[in-house]
Ligand binder design. Structure first.
Ligand code: DP6
Length: 352
């Protein structure tokens, strides 16, 4: 038997991916950009093993057996084995440990855990698929870019393979070979940048991202306009802002892009609403805080759920936490301190 264990962190998009032009290959209608969080807090941990004793491929997620029938798992496993076979034919990958020939003829067992709520809009599929593909690539001794494989598990997963700020270029080719992730800057580029995650709800979302974006692509004219005319410009502007550590521009585009994602969801028919009243109160609070400071000090962004991610500089963390605690005061329940409707996590943006 041979086994590999890896961890992969979640990423938080500032230019959002919403919509596919090819459902099977997971090719997006626009490029996107995100920051990868530090490994310590929100991450997936996956062990993959191959053995001659295993009678079929199996997978456990958070301790519960899951079916591998899902085409996304099938696509990932097929692609990994295809790449491994190519290496075997080239006479590579036989150096140490289990030989590629054995690994390719044996079945695989996968065991994955998330240390945060699954499917609550906290990019769990990004960390999960990124971790799965990275571990399988190690086990099957695959080299070169693997973001194309992670993308076929879950689009946003391709961005979690790198630290720092990472773009996912939509690409132009029909086979998806140019729809890959690329690191824009490393985790050391902007060390003062922080993310606060405000957990408004850890409930499973009523409509998942894949189903939601499918309906949006079919029905939202705003989404089409955004993908063609707005995102290309915003990608260039935010990349420059990140390179120059220009927080004002970075923060403004981040908020505008989050708002446009949710506007496109509302423009979808029937409409999709991920934000709740607490999310809207957080948006309002952020704008009030920035107005009071006379410049943008903090930016919000929301994925397919009500939880807020705040981007800010280290020097603002204490002030913003005080504001959040003041507006959402902790309440005591059964002897435990709870922040009303919110839990706050402070996360440095970096990857070991
Ligand atoms: C709102 O990557 O979960 O978080 O490719 O169908 O698995 P699939 O979708 P997924 O979508 C994430 C959408 C988002 C925005 C983003 O992360 O860019």
């Amino acid at each position: 038997m041979d086994a590999v264990t890896c961890t992969a962190p979640v990423n938080i998009a500032v230019i959002k991916y919403w919509g596919k032009r090819d459902e099977a290959l997971i090719l997006p209608i626009n490029s996107s950009l995100s920051a990868t969080l530090s490994q310590e807090q929100l991450c997936a941990k996956t062990t993959v093993a191959v053995s001659g004793q295993f009678t079929r491929d199996r997978m456990w997620l958070n301790g519960k057996e899951e079916s591998l029938e899902n085409p996304r798992y099938q696509n990932v496993l097929r692609e990994i084995r295809r790449r491994a076979r190519k290496r075997k034919i080239a006479g590579e990958g036989e150096e140490k440990g289990t030989s590629l020939s054995d690994a390719l003829s044996w079945h695989v067992h996968i065991c994955s855990v998330n240390n945060f709520p699954t499917a609550a809009g906290l990019a769990s599929s990004a960390a999960g698929f990124s971790c799965l593909v990275y571990s399988l690539a190690k086990l099957f001794k695959i080299e070169g870019d693997i973001s194309e494989i992670a993308r076929q598990g879950s689009g946003s997963a391709c961005r979690s393979l790198y630290g720092g700020f990472v773009s996912w270029n939509m690409g132009e080719k029909d086979d998806g070979t140019d729809s890959v992730a690329e690191q824009l800057v490393t985790e050391n580029h902007w060390p003062e940048l922080r993310i606060l995650i405000l957990v408004v709800s850890d409930q499973k979302k009523h409509i998942g991202s894949s189903a939601g974006m499918g309906v949006s692509v079919k029905t939202s004219e705003l989404l089409r306009y955004r993908a063609e005319h707005i995102v290309p410009r915003r990608m260039k502007e935010i990349e420059t802002a990140i390179q120059n550590k220009d927080f004002q521009t970075f923060a403004k585009i981040t908020m505008q892009d989050s708002n446009q994602l949710h506007a496109s969801c509302l423009d979808t028919y029937p409409p999709i609403i991920y934000l709740n009243d607490t999310s809207k109160q957080i948006m309002h609070l952020v704008h009030k805080y920035n107005d009071f400071c006379g410049q943008i000090k903090v930016a919000y962004t929301f994925d397919a759920g009500p939880n807020a991610c705040l981007y800010l500089l280290e020097e603002e963390v204490a002030g913003v936490l005080a504001m959040v605690n003041h507006c959402f005061p902790p309440i005591e329940q059964n002897g435990d301190q709870h922040i009303r409707g919110l839990q706050v996590e402070e996360l440095p943006i970096q990857k070991d």
